[in-house]
Design a protein around this ligand. Structure first.
Ligand code: NIG
Ligand code: FE
Length: 402
């Protein structure tokens, strides 16, 4: 298949176009695609042998990547929202057996088919906002069988919605009730059974750990990551969300593709991310919904040239928001990111955060995943919420069904 996308107002997010940083609009751009991969980008390309598709001077960006979601789960936590509004903290609710464990109870009871049914409309909401790739975590099963059931459900989403899915095993999300006071034995289960089973069946691309006082220690995280790396899986962490445990620096030093939340990340942590090329993923939805006040160290991240991604963290407890453009808006209004930074955060840097290095930019050699928009400027993409200006999405050069 040879296709030429013509009449694009292109926002490539590709740095080799130095004077624009890939962010300024290139008028009348053309994108040549051969077998789903971009072969050339320019303004006056020969069209011989290509099927031409005019984008009618619409804005064309790389398809958005939501690099951190918990899209698969059963039940909801509206009552906990109410409890928090009445003064209980996220941690208090978890200590009483609610929080993550209440979603675990509901998810264990659900069949894989039901989990898929519940996840599909969430994925549809994300794609209506220009998303072409979604990372989906397990973490609400916490037994080998239930974690694998979640991963199978996650992988099945792309049979129902035109979207690329990348999956992450988050077996070390919380200590399940049957292992209370026996965290090491649970970590043994994650390392000796869950990771090998997920790797064997090719069900996960990465492994994540929640490193926090209410979850797992940096040492336990390191054990899980060691095992993941031995099985050829990428590693990434939920780190420094509610306190500074030094998890981000440890994860980065072990080769993590991203560390996520990072409100409590300190100076040494930022420098370690910079040293190892780890992406700092900002999750403003969770910050907002938990009414946090500790800001992620944006200026330090900028000063150290740490790539920042922005993701929904869609989940029932801390970020029930299936809109990536809303997160871009929040990353700007709450954390002070520029519109250029937020767009990097959902394209190029998001691709890096999930280790999919052929996505997130429009340049030769990259996958032809595009979002086409009825807006004039990139800033408009994170400006209005709820009125999605998406015109169309293309996956590997083929128009997606929306
Ligand atoms: O990314 N921090 C840990 N995990 C999720 C929340 C999970 C939940 O509360 O259900 C997060 O915020
Ligand atoms: Fe999360």
């Amino acid at each position: 298949m040879k296709r030429m996308f013509t009449d694009c107002r292109l926002v490539s997010m590709h740095t080799s176009i130095e004077h624009t940083g890939g962010f300024q609009v290139v008028e009348n751009a053309m994108i040549a695609v051969e077998n789903g991969v971009i072969s050339t980008v320019g303004t006056n390309l020969p069209t011989d042998g290509f099927e031409c598709l005019s984008m009618a001077h619409r804005l064309v960006t790389p398809g958005f990547i939501d690099s951190h979601t918990h899209l698969v789960f059963a039940g909801d936590r509206a009552t906990e929202f109410e409890q928090r509004l009445n003064g209980a903290s996220y941690q208090d609710i978890a200590k009483q057996g609610g929080g993550i464990l209440s979603t675990v109870a509901a998810t264990r009871k659900a069949s894989m088919e039901h989990l898929i049914e519940l996840a599909v409309p969430r994925a549809q909401s994300l794609v209506s906002d220009g998303v072409t790739t979604i990372e989906v975590k397990s973490g609400y099963g916490l037994t080998v069988a239930d974690e694998l059931k979640m991963l199978r459900a996650a992988n099945a989403i792309s049979q129902h919605v035109d979207v690329n899915i990348t999956t992450t095993l988050l077996g070390a999300h919380a200590l399940p009730p049957e292992y209370q006071h026996n965290a090491e034995a649970y970590i043994d289960l994650v390392c000796n059974e869950m990771i090998p089973a997920a790797a064997e069946e090719n069900l996960a691309d990465a492994v994540d750990v929640f490193c926090e006082t209410m979850a797992f220690t940096p040492a336990q995280m390191a054990r899980v990551f060691d095992t993941a790396l031995k099985h050829g899986l990428r590693i990434k962490g939920h780190t420094e969300q509610l306190s500074n445990q030094g998890g981000s620096a440890l994860a980065a030093s072990m080769g993590a593709v991203s560390v996520d939340h990072i409100e409590y990340l300190d100076d040494i942590g930022v420098k370690t991310l910079a040293e190892h090329g780890t992406v700092a993923t900002l999750l403003p939805g969770a910050f907002y919904f938990l009414r946090e006040t500790q800001m992620p160290p944006i200026d330090l991240l900028r000063a150290n040239h740490v790539p920042m991604a922005v993701a929904t963290d869609f989940n029932p407890g801390t970020s029930p928001f299936a809109r990536l453009t809303l997160m871009m808006n929040m990353a700007s209004t709450l954390f002070g990111l520029t519109t250029k930074e937020t767009l990097y955060g959902v394209t190029r840097h998001a691709a890096q955060a999930v280790g999919m290095l052929t996505k997130g930019q429009i340049a030769a050699g990259f996958d032809a995943d595009f979002a086409v928009w009825d807006v004039q400027t990139p800033a408009a993409l994170s400006y209005q919420i709820g009125l999605s200006p998406l015109h169309a999405r293309y996956l590997k050069g083929v128009k997606a069904n929306d």
